[in-house]
Write a protein that binds this ligand. Structure first.
Ligand SMILES: [Zn+2]
Ligand SMILES: [Zn+2]
Length: 225
């Protein structure tokens, strides 16, 4: 594997930042260096990136992207240094992002459909995103089972809904849409909606339930003729 294909294999959410590319390129060193690659001092990385927080960026390479980076006190530098131990990436439960091929599989398995609104959409920055069902901040994991495909709009809506939310995630329709059904927008006349609401009031059920039953009833009728 060379540096270019290594960078391409990283599970990035967006394009890798300039600083991270600088760091990874330096840690990779020359193509002829074998793993583990040689130690690079903190001092050199600081100079190279001109970033006070170069160490945070380097740790992000490890914790978010799963790069096999280690740091240690190194005698000859009389200080801390970093190196790339291998070109292996940590498994998804040990990092924040999915690799491109894991994302592709997630989207494919779900037929490129947003789990919350049912919109079929192509992947990409403004399209389908990989979303943590239970957010990391609420104790969610990076296990594959905690990821779902979501369109950008729903993703923004979910993030807003999650801010300061104290609901049990288990009962949240954003986190487990498969339990609560897809929320989709359909145009319906006011007259029909009023009938639906009047009926659901009368029998003590929900609008959702009446709409669902009505559709099923209609389709059963039509499809069998
Ligand atoms: Zn959506
Ligand atoms: Zn929530």
């Amino acid at each position: 594997m060379n540096l270019n294909s290594y960078i391409k294999s990283l599970p990035t959410k967006r394009k890798l930042s300039e600083v991270k590319i600088k760091i990874i390129t330096r840690l990779w060193g020359s193509e002829s260096d074998t793993f583990p690659k040689p130690w690079v001092s903190s001092e050199e990385l600081l100079k190279l990136t001109d970033q006070k927080y170069f160490d945070r960026r380097t740790r992000e390479l490890r914790d978010q992207l799963g790069c096999d980076v280690e740091s240690s006190y190194i005698e000859k530098f009389n200080g801390h240094a970093w190196r790339l131990k291998s070109s292996k990436l940590a498994p998804p439960q040990d990092r924040d992002y999915l690799t491109q091929s894991q994302k592709d599989k997630l989207f494919n398995d779900n037929d490129f459909t947003c789990v919350t609104c049912g919109l079929k959409i192509s992947a990409g920055i403004r399209g389908l995103q990989a979303d943590h069902k239970v957010p990391l901040s609420r104790g969610g994991s990076n296990d594959l089972i905690n990821w779902q495909p979501m369109c950008n709009n729903c993703n923004v809506g979910k993030r807003r809904a999650c801010e300061g939310c104290s609901l049990e995630c288990k009962t949240c329709s954003w986190a487990f849409p498969e339990k609560f059904g897809v929320k989709t927008m359909v145009s319906i006349s006011e007259k029909t909606l009023r009938r639906v609401d009047a009926y659901s009031d009368k029998v003590g059920t929900t609008r959702d339930k009446v709409m669902e039953d009505a559709s099923e009833y209609y389709l059963d009728e039509k499809e069998n003729n």
